[in-house]
Design a protein around this ligand. Structure first.
Ligand code: SF4
Length: 301
C-alpha cells in the first residue's frame, strides 16, 4: 500500500509557492480560530514529498514499498521522497546522501528506522542536539535542537547509488531549502564524498561563495564559505563582494550596508553507513567530535 503520488511533477518546481490548502480555505467558519499558516519550509517539505521527477527512483521507491522487507511486512511504507527533518530556524544542517530503502523510505523521516540513523541520532543525543537517542518512526517524539537533517537526493536509490543525473535533478530542492534556512544557518556537516560533491554546488547556487578549485572531501575537513553575495573578509567575517544590499539603513558614510551576510562553516565527516561504522572507519567518538565542533561553530553549544 502506497500513500500519495497524486501529483506528477516533470521537474522540480518553485517549492515555496503555496499550494492550495483545504485547511486554510475561506470556507472555514470565521468563528474558529485561524490555524497557523505553514512555514515556507513546511510548504517546501510538502512539495518535496510529491516530486516524481526521476523515473528510475520513483519506480524503485514504490517497488520497495510494495514488496517490503519481511521484518517490516506489517508496515505501510512511505514510498515517496523523504523531506528534510528539523526546525526551520536551524543553525546547523546535516547533509547525508539519500534515504535508505527500508529506513527513510519506510518511515518517511530522514535516517529513521535504519542502522545509520541509530548511529547518527545516538551521537546527536550524546552532544545535546536531539531529545532522544533513537529514531524509529515519525511519531516517536524525537525533536532536534537547532539542527536539521536533509539529503541531496530525496528518494531511495537502488544500491544506495543515485546517478549524477538524479543528483542534479534533485539539487533545486536542496538549493531552495538552503535559501530558506539562510537567515539562521551558520554551519553544515556533510556526510560522505557524494554529499560533499552534491552540496558544494548547491551552496554556491544558494548564494554562498565556494572556493575554486572546490575543496576536496575528507573526514575532519573544514571550509569557510563567504556569505551570500559576499566573500570572506580578513577578520573571518563575510563581507559583500562589491555589492551593497539596499536596505535603507545607510552607513555613517551614507552608503547602504550589507544585510544578512553570513559565512558558513562546512565540515566533512565520513558517512554513517554500516560499512563505515561496522569497520571502525567512523567511530562514535569521531562523529561526536565533528558534531561538537560544528555545533560550536553554529553557536549552539
Ligand atoms: S530524487 Fe529528488 S528530484 Fe528525483 S524524484 Fe526524488 S525528490 Fe524528485
Amino acid at each position: 500500500m502506497i500513500r500519495g503520488g497524486g501529483v506528477f511533477y516533470r521537474g522540480v518546481m518553485d517549492a515555496t509557492e503555496a499550494p492550495s490548502d483545504p485547511a486554510t480555505s475561506s470556507s472555514r467558519s470565521t468563528a474558529s480560530p485561524a490555524p497557523a499558516a505553514p512555514s515556507a519550509l513546511a510548504l517546501l517539505d510538502r512539495r518535496v514529498g510529491e516530486c516524481r521527477a526521476c523515473p528510475r527512483l520513483v519506480a524503485w521507491r514504490e517497488e520497495v514499498a510494495r514488496t517490503k522487507r519481511a521484518a517490516f511486512a506489517d508496515w505501510t511504507y512511505w514510498g515517496r521522497p523523504v523531506p528534510g527533518f528539523g526546525p526551520s530556524d536551524a543553525r546547523l544542517l546535516i547533509v547525508g546522501l539519500a534515504p535508505a530503502a527500508h529506513g527513510g523510505n519506510r518511515t518517511g523521516r530522514m535516517f529513521t528506522g535504519d542502522r545509520s540513523g541509530d548511529v547518527l541520532y545516538r551521537a546527536l543525543y550524546d552532544v545535546g542536539l536531539a531529545s532522544q537517542p533513537t529514531a524509529v518512526s515519525v511519531d516517536d517524539g524525537l525533536e532536534l535542537y537547532g539542527v536539521r537533517i536533509t539529503s541531496p537526493v530525496h528518494c531511495a536509490p537502488p544500491a544506495n547509488r543515485p546517478t549524477p543525473g538524479e543528483r542534479d535533478t534533485c539539487r533545486p530542492w536542496l538549493v531552495r531549502e538552503l535559501r530558506l534556512l539562510r537567515p539562521t544557518l551558520r554551519a553544515v556537516v556533510v556526510l560522505g564524498a557524494f554529499g560533499w560533491q552534491a552540496a558544494l554546488p548547491a551552496f554556491a547556487e544558494a548564494g554562498w561563495t565556494v572556493p575554486r578549485p572546490r575543496p576536496p572531501f575528507g573526514h575532519g575537513a573544514r571550509v569557510r564559505l563567504g556569505g551570500p553575495g559576499g566573500r570572506e573578509g580578513p577578520d573571518g567575517r563575510a563581507v559583500p563582494d562589491g555589492r551593497a544590499v539596499p536596505n535603507g539603513k545607510g552607513t555613517p558614510e551614507g552608503r547602504d550596508e550589507p544585510d544578512g551576510v553570513h559565512g558558513l562553516d562546512v565540515f566533512g565527516c565520513f558517512h554513517v553507513s554500516q560499512r563505515n561504522t561496522f569497520t571502525g572507519r567512523l567511530t562514535p567518538e569521531m562523529l561526536r567530535e565533528v558534531l561538537r565542533t560544528a555545533s560550536g561553530a553554529a553557536g549552539l553549544s
